[in-house]
Design a binder for this molecule. Structure first.
Ligand SMILES: Nc1ncnc2c1ncn2[C@@H]1O[C@H](COP(=O)(O)OP(=O)(O)OP(=O)(O)O)[C@@H](O)[C@H]1O
Ligand SMILES: [Mg+2]
Length: 166
């Protein structure tokens, strides 16, 4: 169970806290949806959950264990609004192996299968215009990249992403 207890984020540069008294409980396999007006702190909260920003108050726990940014960076994958801006590999295989050159082909295939992209050509560019992927495939591919980053390090990755609602 993931717990946020009275989480606060108040960077020194802001006169008032960006996040104050945030509480959340998320069970294993449970999907959570964070909604709120523009500027309310949704992205900031996701960045804290991914270990990219550090809370300034309150607690963040997995069961009774406090999660620090160094843990969260290993446990959480984040898929940004424009995932293609963060790709570094020239091909889908390079992107999936980025930072993990030791990964075997079977492990890469498992990550793709988990997001329904089994059979995708590994030698094509991950950028949609070159690969001919739809936005949905792009998001799923980025999820597999995030997944691969933490899958072999722990059995219970937290997977967070962003989707636009219009
Ligand atoms: N490191 C920071 N220092 C100062 N202000 C920040 C910092 N990070 C975010 N902010 C401010 O915190 C507020 C929350 O921003 P955030 O991007 O998290 O909102 P959001 O809910 O994701 O908005 P949107 O729906 O537009 O994406 C904004 O006013 C933003 O300018
Ligand atoms: Mg945002």
């Amino acid at each position: 169970m993931l717990y946020l207890k009275n989480l606060v984020y108040h960077p020194p540069a802001t006169p008032t806290p960006i996040l104050q008294g945030i509480n959340l409980e998320l069970a294993p396999q449970e999907m959570g949806l964070i909604v709120g007006p523009s500027g309310s702190g949704k992205t900031t909260l996701l960045e804290i959950l991914a270990g990219m920003a550090e809370k300034t108050g309150g607690g963040l726990y997995w069961r009774e264990q406090e999660l620090l940014p160094m843990h969260l960076q290993q446990l959480a994958g984040i898929v940004f609004q424009f995932p293609e801006r963060h790709f570094c590999g020239k091909t889908i295989l390079e992107e999936l192996r980025f930072g993990h050159p030791e990964l075997r082909l079977e492990q890469v295939q498992v990550a793709l299968q988990e997001v329904g992209l089994e059979g995708v050509a590994l030698s094509v560019s991950p950028i949609p215009s070159a690969a001919g992927s739809s936005g949905g495939s792009l998001w799923r591919f980025s999820s597999s990249v995030s997944r691969i980053c933490c899958f072999w390090m722990n059995p219970w990755p937290v997977w967070i992403g962003r989707c636009a609602v219009s």
